[in-house]
Design a binder for this molecule. Structure first.
Ligand code: ADP
Ligand code: MG
Length: 153
């Protein structure tokens, strides 16, 4: 996930037809993580955000079965090659209140950590690390294919 030298916004997209395919795309991206990245995941309930996080976690060397949705705990922490903080803002108010509730400022000081945030759009304009923040959108639900897009900010 290195930034292009010319600093242009990077866009990429995939269509997946199964949870396994979504998992595999996330695994490929996860292998490129070095620490310090923030991944904002958005998409409706059932779009596959948690499936995606499981793929990231697999790439980072975690036991995927330990990855569960932090809908109630708000933050799950997994430690391996890097630390992975897995956040879910679904139950939180939009904006700085959500960031405060999960103590995001503190998590951002950990340069060996990757932070992945389900419902990341709820952070609004909360300041995040330039060039190390990625917006990942998943569209589609049920048995429909998913469109996954990746954008670097
Ligand atoms: P979210 O975290 O976005 O609410 P989950 O990852 O918990 O969603 O659940 C996604 C559900 O959709 C799972 O039950 C998964 O098996 C199913 N699914 C069907 N097709 C796909 C696909 N192409 N990609 C991801 N998940 C899919
Ligand atoms: Mg989820």
């Amino acid at each position: 996930m290195s930034q292009a030298a010319n600093d242009q916004t990077t866009d990429a997209g995939w269509i997946t037809h199964s949870p396994e395919e979504t998992f595999a795309i996330a695994t490929q991206l996860g292998a490129r993580l070095r620490g310090g990245e923030v991944l904002l995941l958005d998409g409706e309930l059932g779009a596959g955000k948690t499936v995606f996080v499981k793929g990231l976690a697999a790439a980072l060397g975690f036991d995927v079965d330990e990855v569960t949705s932090p809908s109630f705990t708000l933050v799950n922490r997994y430690d391996a090659r890097l630390t992975l903080y897995h956040l879910d803002l679904y139950r939180l108010p939009d904006g700085a209140g959500a960031a405060h509730a999960v103590d995001l400022e503190e998590l951002l000081t950990d340069e060996r950590a990757v932070i992945v945030i389900e419902w990341g759009a709820r952070l609004g304009a909360y300041p995040l690390p330039a060039q190390k923040t990625w917006r990942i959108n998943l569209t589609g639900d049920g048995d429909d294919p998913r469109l996954i897009t990746l954008r670097n900010e």
